[in-house]
Design a protein around this ligand. Structure first.
Ligand code: HEM
Ligand code: NAG
Length: 329
């Protein structure tokens, strides 16, 4: 009697163990949780490699911190944070790079390529391009004087994407406040997240084509500011289309709350920027708060970046760890 009972007991214990293992394997996939310690066993040098790559890129050109931050935003808003924005067009794939909001505008791809090859030299085939971009964006912000934070990781890379997805998911600079709110809401981001994330425009630059109608046709703009910007940006599309102006007129390589103070004086460069203050809408008070309290902006920006970084990542066995960020394996 003892032996069958023992066997039965062991079988029951094994069944329980198998069930526990199955549950443990299924649970993370089911909730698709990213984790700040995802690579601590498999690629402990990831953070220091990304940091040094971003440090030299920003030393060479401070604007690159801004360009990489924008790359991450454009990745996350199009099919989630899955590295899809990094895919080059090919004979079998027309991707995001030449979509309207990205063509002749999005930049920094070679910085991500350089970091990826150093990461892969240390930890072959381990870290996704999507995660490298998330960490690089955080470092770009911090290297320009902004906050730092622990980035949740564990994203995998998309095998494909479409140009149409980029054209339909990225907000236009001619958007109203209501349109911006609903665009971000469709990604699970509330209006506070939207206003905080727009503070990314405290760094970097825009092309004349993006702010022409604002400086010639908007009425809610500081007159002297509009006059000065018209000197680099002619009224008709053509030769001046690519001319740049800083998104924050006073400190475009300093990550601070100057963006919001500019909006109080109607110095927003994009129509969509100025929509965050002055129309009497629900976001005016958030802009006022951030203009007066850099600490509140910083804290909310970090919260919103982590939320944005959580937009439908590929995890578990979905997607892949790309070898070359520009093409599927
Ligand atoms: C709220 C809706 C947004 C709109 C309509 C918008 C639109 C734009 C436009 C039109 C430009 C200039 C592109 C060019 O002329 O080449 C730009 C630049 C930029 N955007 Fe946004 N953006 C938005 C939100 C964001 C968010 C959420 C982030 C990041 C968290 C971000 C980060 C940046 C950065 C850093 C630049 C400067 C890039 C550089 O200098 O290379 N933007 N944005
Ligand atoms: C300003 O508005 C007028 C009238 O709608 C339009 O014809 C013109 O193209 C606009 N100019 C710019 C620079 O957007």
């Amino acid at each position: 009697m003892a032996a069958p009972l023992f066997v039965g007991g062991r079988a029951a214990a094994m069944t329980a163990a198998v069930l526990a293992t199955v549950a443990a394997l299924l649970a993370p996939a089911a909730v698709a949780q990213l984790s700040t310690s995802f690579y601590s066993g498999s690629c402990a040098s990831l953070e220091s490699i990304v940091r040094s790559g971003m440090t030299s890129a920003v030393q060479q050109e401070p604007r690159m911190g801004a360009s990489i931050l924008r790359l991450f935003f454009h990745d996350c808003f199009v099919n989630g944070c899955d590295g899809s924005v990094l895919l080059d067009d090919s004979s079998t794939l027309t991707g995001e790079k030449n979509a309207g909001p990205n063509a002749n505008s999005l930049r920094g791809y070679e910085v991500i390529d350089a970091i990826k090859s150093r990461v892969d030299a240390a930890c072959p085939g381990t870290v996704s391009c999507a995660d490298i971009l998330a960490v690089a964006a955080r470092d770009g912000v911090n290297l320009l004087g902004g906050p730092t934070w622990a980035v949740p990781l564990g994203r995998r890379d998309a095998r494909t994407t479409t140009q149409a997805a980029a054209n339909s998911n990225l907000p236009s600079p001619s958007s109203s406040a209501a349109t911006l709110i609903s665009s971000f809401a469709s990604k699970g981001l509330d209006s506070r997240d939207m206003v905080a994330l727009s503070g990314a425009h405290t760094i970097g630059a825009a092309r004349c084509a993006s702010f022409r109608s604002r400086i010639y046709n908007d009425t809610n703009i500081n007159a002297g500011f509009a006059t000065r910007r018209r000197q680099v940006c002619g009224p008709q599309s053509g030769a001046t289309d690519g001319n740049l102006a800083p998104l924050d007129a006073f400190s475009s390589v300093r990550f601070d709350n100057g963006y919001y103070r500019n909006l109080l004086s109607r110095f927003g460069l994009l129509h969509s920027d100025q929509e965050l203050f002055g129309s009497g809408g629900p976001v005016d008070s958030i802009t006022q708060q951030y203009a007066g309290n850099g600490g509140a902006f910083s804290a909310d920006f970090v919260t919103a970046m982590i939320k944005m970084g959580n937009i439908s990542p590929l995890t578990g066995s979905s997607g892949e760890i790309r070898n070359n960020c520009r093409k599927p394996n």
